[in-house]
Ligand binder design. Sequence first.
Ligand code: ADP
Ligand code: MG
Length: 704
Amino acid sequence: MRPARLDPLFASLTSLKGVGGKLEGLYKRLLDTEGPPRVVDLLFHLPSGVIDRRARPTLAEAVPGAIVTVEVLIERHRPSPPGKSRAPYRVQVSDETGDLTLVWFNAHRSRIEQMCPVGETRIVSGRIELFDGMRQMVHPDRVMTPEQAATMPLIEPVYPLTEGLASGFVRRAAEAALQRLPKLPEWLDARLLDRENWPDFAAALNRVHAPAEPEDFAPEGPAWSRLAYDELLANQLALGLVRANLKRPAGRRNVGDGSLRGMIEAALPFALTGSQMRALAEIAADMSAETRMLRLLQGDVGSGKTVVALMAMAAAAEAGRQSALMAPTELLARQHAKTLKTLAGPSGLEVAILTGREKGREREQILGRLASGDTAIVVGTHALFQEHVIFRDLGLAVIDEQHRFGVHQRLALAAKGEAVDLLVMTATPIPRTLVLTYFGDMESSQLTEKPAGRKPIDTRIVAMDRLGDVIDGIGRALEAGRQVYWVCPLVAENDDPTVESPELAAAEERFELLRQRFGEAVDLVHGQMKGPDKDAAMLRFQRGDTRVLVATTVIEVGVDVPEASIMVIDHAEHFGLAQLHQLRGRIGRGETASTCLLLYKGPLGETARRRLDIMRETEDGFRIAEEDLKLRGEGDLLGTKQSGMPGFRLARLEHHAHLLETARSDARLVIETDPKLAGPRGEALRDLLYLFGRDEAIRLVKAG
Ligand code: ADP
Ligand code: MG
């Protein structure tokens, strides 16, 4: 049970003055919460900057474009002419150095008259701009009397906003939220606080939301650092508790006799690579140990993780237990299911699929065979950890592309069985620090060799001017019987307001162009298509019915068509390095030597150029990951939108990475000395876990 002292922070945001029910939806979008936004969510929504009103320039000194605070005399009002209410309401003001026009659209005349009495002095804050050579300020942030100004904060936070929510609203709501902060017991070690000179939690939040100096708000400053540390500690502690719990002797050793694995391996059309065999040995050792397996399988795209997963699942089956493989997308789940069915065929193991699309009787049947144990292996999406999915005896959970799932989802799947072993597969070669951040202290197996017989991919950088030549080249390749992926960054008519360039190649447009030239051989697949349509398009391409597949990045993860040996990446300069690498991994899987054309529209910026050059120079995923880290910062490595770390609201890796090590050893010490979080610091740390939504770990402490 959450301690009652935290209740004010977990109250609905609408309980704050000024946050009416109407605004709840906007706040939900702004704060990106799963459920209704709560007070704590707003407190963790830190300002993106501050307005510094300490400078008081004269009008002549004020730099156009800057936010300034000026002291002016109200000269005269110029209301909108009658019947023309859409024209702005203007107020002329001045100081001894010049004039300024204050401008309001859709204004309440009476409010402005009240706010700006002619002949009086007012302190006005806002952005000064030049309009027709005249200074003006549209919708001043503040119009204050000198007395009011004396009590105004000189430094005011500015918040990231969403459409429909004005800055003043968010600021006032944040002020109200700060009032709700209860006095909480300190969860940080006194010596650490002392050494770092950090304020307590409430003071830190007050400082970043209501800074007295711009420095109060700096990410490296004591206030924000403390909050970032809190978050990192909560994360490390939760991961540590999860791990301590999962690693507890399970009392079930999954020892197989190798019979099913033998059948599968004998029927493989290839020999396992050395690193596949090593990984399998490590996995088998973990599974047959008394403790639960918690292992990461890292391997570049095409390094052959799937067959390793299958062999692990076969080992579980030999020990009489079931396995589940969870994929991040339905497309990928289907792909896996198909591959596994084929490869598992000789062993007679039953492979089923379960996603949101299996419905009605079909679903009932699948669930029935899972419950009875007839199905040895099930592949699926999130649908797998819904409540009514019951296994007879789940022994192994394999999770593909883990970074898209949170710890709690991992737990949810693990909770479907007794002492479930966990294998997490990822194609992103993740540097060690990040492995620890996201996965805790997991063991890791790496597939470093490419399967034998793989030919290097010839990667070329081609300017968009040569599109015609490229298409001619595709024509020759098609005549030679080859298949082509043509990847575009976006589909047409994307109404996402964040799209920067209307020039982005639209997949649909490209599709039309290629269709004109190559006719029915060209097909299109994109993310806005319905599941079955998408699958059908993929299937046509897989069977070779279509020869050119124009695609958005939906094909990024996991689709396997070994016959496709050419990939064109349209507007390659718009893709990140990790993404380019993932995409390119779709080719180079078959007999024919493959070619990847990175089609760019110039002029290229330095970073974009560097990215494309790296792609041409190497196929080594670990090297590419390192370069990516250098070029883009760590947040982007895992393909997240924002610069922050995925799943983190306050910590920014570029500013706070140095705190990670301390947080990790801090958490380890806590788990060693007070694994039940029962001591005084333990009690306080429970608050911390609740605040950062890591309270699933507390349930584990209780259960254990
Ligand atoms: P990923 O690691 O990207 O998931 P996959 O498991 O999809 O890679 O494997 C890519 C391709 O390589 C598949 O077609 C698979 O059958 C093949 N493959 C896997 N292991 C080997 C091997 N040892 N030798 C040759 N081909 C292999
Ligand atoms: Mg894969």
